[in-house]
Design a protein around this ligand. Structure first.
Ligand code: GRF
Length: 207
């Protein structure tokens, strides 16, 4: 039986595309739905082009965030998702949603967490003057970018800081790391270390 993945987006959807290209319909992984917090974004077109159900869950369409989260959760449960992937999803999901899908939500964040959580992580890192940056894939808990780390990859910053070049480098890493994390979870190669719920064992890294 396929490992069923729901992907949440807010915009361009290049990380969604990476999952569609490298995972969807392969190795038992099926993207069964794409939900966007914004209408009219490119990521929705990418989903439909791949023949994947796509739906918009705009906060403004519901009385409050809890109602939006509940509708989104129902939509994902209707599709029987095994994993929810936040791929550039730019909104906070409330506690009830996180608990509903506990241990089954992953996020991609453009920093080496716990450094620079939250919005504008690349700008935060540049303002701080770091010499090493990176990308983190982590499980989502009820804090902001605070869940257990699944995969991380660092890179060194050139002295000349061209933000567009840095964003391209971040994306190149994200587009490899996020599908890799999905594949590891789908294959059952990811587990929490016995006795330490912060430490994720993934793939052959811990052998
Ligand atoms: C990614 O860089 C992600 O790290 C950040 O938002 C961006 C989303 O890009 N949170 P895309 O929509 O996947 O192209």
């Amino acid at each position: 039986m396929a490992f069923r993945v729901g992907v949440l987006i807010s915009g361009e959807g290049s990380n969604l595309q990476a999952i569609l290209d490298s995972q969807h319909g392969r190795e038992g992984v099926e993207v069964v739905g794409v939900a966007s917090s914004r209408a009219g974004v490119r990521g929705l077109e990418r989903a439909r082009a791949a023949g994947v159900d796509a739906e918009v869950f705009e906060r403004a369409g519901y009385p409050d965030r809890e109602a939006r989260d509940a509708a989104l959760g129902n939509w994902l449960d209707d599709r029987d998702v095994d994993l929810v992937v936040l791929a550039g999803f730019m909104e906070i999901l409330g506690g009830p949603f996180i608990r509903r899908f506990e241990g089954r939500i992953v996020n991609v964040h453009p920093s080496l967490l716990p450094a620079f959580p939250g919005l504008r992580a690349i700008e935060q890192a540049l303002d701080y003057g770091v010499q090493v940056m990176g990308v983190t894939i982590h499980f989502v808990d009820e804090g902001v970018d605070s869940g257990p780390v699944i995969l991380q990859e660092p890179f060194e910053l050139p002295y000349a800081r061209d933000i567009e070049a840095i964003e391209r480098r971040v994306h190149e890493i994200e587009h490899r790391l996020l599908p890799q994390a999905v594949a590891l979870i789908a294959s059952g190669a990811v587990s929490l270390a016995p006795g330490n719920p912060r430490v994720v064992r993934s793939g052959d890294r811990d052998r």
